[in-house]
Structures are given as structure tokens and as C-alpha cells.
Write a protein that binds this ligand. Structure first.
Ligand SMILES: [Zn+2]
Ligand SMILES: [Zn+2]
Length: 396
């Protein structure tokens, strides 16, 4: 509702142009008591008058707004005091009157326009005024902007990949719920052409009751444009629908647990032609009953006999590439770790580089079943009468 009518707010409140803020406050309170709709139920004239004095108070009680008004003879949120002064100077220099200032394009909506706060000056006893106003204007303060293209959001999923796929690489699949562009409205959120808004019958305005007062406010359905479209029934006006999708992705050889894989454009669909977000997969690598993977190394426990451990031996051990021969040095102790160089996992970043296989030796003590074996063992103990606990007592 553009209006360029200049109003004399000072006359409305019955104060001089030189009135102090205190004088303005008093004048408003006096007038408000007289014209408040609660005191004048059903009185249209009083209601109009009350609107006028509230508007006048809104402008004159605000130092910045009053300054703009004093310079130009009207107030708009889009003009700041400095601008107003510049305009006024320009006009007086050119000899033109204020009425010739060209403010085309500015919204001079008065009382009902956005940005006109409820009068805070009404004081404690007038709380009901404030309640009425804040209720009415809260909707109009932040007019909804028409939706431009918006990028889709990113998605993050954990993807469990089996032990061997993580080591050797390959393809993996994961079910992902993602927002896709609505197939019915192609992301437009509405179907059919633009029509007259059914809420306001194309006027762009609806009447809202505030207590016993009626106010015209911009239509919330069409944001005051008077035009609306049918909301898409498939996506309920979202422009996107949620779909379960099986996403296939490539796993590089040597992919580690916790590694992130980014699938560009596989996140949620954008709105109004905006680009889709990305899908981030956090890889969880599976376990193996024999091999334990630590980074690019493979850990494995290998049992050996007392004879193998004490005399030394060459034993076959499993590796991720199959069997390999491990040399057990003479005198190998239980728990000792032996390294098979470059028998671990290929590095995902530097494929020419491989981890090691680390073998933990587990000496298996034999259960001697026959007298001859026990005889030999006793003999052996006599020949090697070392006390393995000597060191223990020395440290006491
Ligand atoms: Zn409407
Ligand atoms: Zn749709």
C-alpha cells in the first residue's frame, strides 16, 4: 500500500514541533487513554484516531525516525537520517519544495508497514496495546523472500566395508536416504500456473483482528503478492522427496578404518536448481578372525613349539598374500615379535609402499604323555640348570 500523503504527526498528537520527548510521551498517553478501542468499543472513528496517534507516536518518540520525518515531512524505514538531510539540503538548494522529492520505489506504507514496532512508550498500564501490536506485526516483520536456488545439504554415512575389500580395493554399496528433486514438480514446489491467491482473493491483503481492532496485513499465503500456485502434492511444497538409494562407490586398495570418501553431488538435491550437496562416507573396515589390521600393518599371533623356539626354525605363516616362510631365530621367547617386511597392506595414498606383518610368537608348552619324554626333559633341565627367576630376586 504505497502512500505518499504527508501527515502532520505533531498536530495529531497536539504538540509543537519543538516538543521534548517527554512532552510527546505525555501527549500520546493522554490521547491513547481517550481513543483506545477498549474505551470506545465499536467506534470506528476512535479506532482510526487511535491508529493515527500510535503512528505519530511511533515516529516522534524515536529520535532517528523523528529526524527523518522533520527533514522530509514523512517517514520511511528505507531512509536513514543522513540520507534525509542530504535530500533536504538538495531540495532547498534547488529551490524545490519537499513535495517534489522523488522517492519513487520507496515503500511509504504507514502504520501497517513492516518495521513499525509496537509502541513501547505505552507504559506498564497499557500492556494490552503492546501485546496487540506485537502479535500483528510479528508476521510482517520478516517478509518471506522468494526462494532462489539453494544448494543441497551434505550427507554423512558410515559404510562398513569387508576386511578384504578394504585391503585389495573394489566396489561397495550402501543404502542412502537422500532428498531428490521432486519428480512431479521438478523442484518447483508447485504445480500448474500462477493463479490468484485464494486466501486474499488476489488483493495481497488480509484482515487480522487485534483485540477489537481490525488491521490489514500482507497476506501470509502469497506474501502480499496476490498471486499463488498450487502446492505440489508429491513433495508438499518442499521441491524435494526423500528416496532410498543404493549408492555404489569405489574402495581404493589399502583403505583404512575411519577414512572419508567424498561422492560429489550425491548429497541432498538442491532447491530451485541449486547444486546437490555431497555424500561423505566414513569407512568402517571389517574384522578378520586371524589377521588384525593396524594402519597398514597386519598383526598375527603364531604358535611355535618349545623345540622350534629354542633351536630355531623356518615355519609357514599365513599372510594376506597367502603362505610365507618365517624364520624363527634360536632362543626365541614367548611374546617376542618378529617382522615380515612389506607383507602388510598397500598404502592407499602411496601404492608402492606397503606395511609389515608383525608376528607375535606364542610358545606352546608340550603335555608330556610318556615316561621317556619326561626323562629327556629332566635330563635337559639338569644340563641347563639356569634359574629364570634370578633377575626377579636381584631387583628386590
Ligand atoms: Zn494472498
Ligand atoms: Zn513436488
Amino acid at each position: 500500500m504505497p502512500t505518499t500523503t504527508n501527515k502532520d504527526y505533531y498536530a495529531t498528537l497536539g504538540v509543537k514541533k519543538t516538543a521534548t520527548p517527554e512532552e510527546i510521551r505525555k501527549a500520546f498517553r493522554k490521547a491513547a487513554r481517550r481513543y483506545h478501542p477498549d474505551v470506545n468499543p465499536g467506534d470506528k472513528k476512535a479506532e482510526e484516531k487511535f491508529k493515527e496517534i500510535s503512528e505519530a507516536n511511533d515516529i516522534l518518540s524515536d529520535e532517528k525516525k523523528r529526524k527523518v520525518y522533520d527533514q522530509l515531512g514523512f517517514y520511511s524505514d528505507q531512509i536513514d537520517p543522513a540520507q534525509a538531510e542530504a535530500y533536504a539540503r538538495q531540495q532547498s538548494a534547488g529551490g524545490g519544495g519537499r513535495s517534489q522529492v522523488d522517492f519513487d520505489g520507496f515503500d511509504f506504507s504507514g502504520f501497517g508497514g513492516p518495521g513499525h514496532q509496537a509502541s513501547q512508550q505505552t507504559g506498564a498500564g497499557w500492556g494490552s496495546f503492546k501485546d496487540i501490536f506485537s502479535g500483528i506485526f510479528s508476521g510482517a516483520q520478516h517478509p518471506q523472500q522468494p526462494h532462489g536456488p539453494q544448494p543441497g545439504t551434505d550427507l554423512e554415512y558410515q559404510a562398513t566395508v569387508d576386511f578384504w575389500t578394504a585391503i585389495r580395493g573394489g566396489q561397495a554399496r550402501l543404502m542412502v536416504n537422500r532428498q531428490e528433486t521432486c519428480p512431479t514438480c521438478h523442484g518447483q514446489a508447485h504445480t500448474g500456473g500462477v493463479m490468484q491467491c485464494p486466501e486474499c482473493n488476489g488483493t495481497g491483503q488480509v484482515t487480522q483482528m487485534g483485540g477489537r481492532m481490525k488491521f490489514n496485513i500482507p497476506c501470509p499465503r502469497c506474501n502480499g503478492t496476490g498471486r499463488a500456485s498450487n502446492m505440489c502434492a508429491t513433495c508438499h511444497g518442499e521441491g524435494t522427496v526423500t528416496r532410498s538409494e543404493s549408492v555404489e562407490f569405489r574402495i581404493k586398495p589399502g583403505t583404512r578404518d575411519g577414512q572419508r570418501i567424498r561422492l560429489q553431488g550425491k548429497g541432498n538435491a538442491g532447491i530451485n536448481g541449486g547444486p546437490a550437496g555431497d555424500l561423505f562416507l566414513i569407512v568402517r573396515t571389517g574384522m578378520h578372525p586371524v589377521f588384525t589390521r593396524v594402519g597398514d600393518d597386519i598383526q598375527l599371533t603364531v604358535p611355535v613349539t618349545v623345540a622350534e623356539a629354542s633351536l630355531g626354525a623356518k615355519v609357514d605363516v599365513p599372510t594376506i598374500d597367502g603362505r610365507a616362510q618365517l624364520k624363527i631365530p634360536p632362543g626365541t621367547q614367548n611374546g617376542q615379535k618378529l617382522r615380515l617386511r612389506e607383507r602388510g597392506v598397500e598404502n592407499a595414498q602411496r601404492p608402492e609402499q606397503r606395511g609389515d606383518q608383525i608376528v607375535t610368537i606364542e610358545v606352546v608348552v608340550p603335555h608330556l604323555q610318556d615316561e621317556r619324554s619326561r626323562e629327556i626333559m629332566r635330563e635337559l633341565a639338569k644340563l641347563n640348570n639356569q634359574d629364570p627367576r634370578v633377575a626377579l630376586f636381584e631387583k628386590l
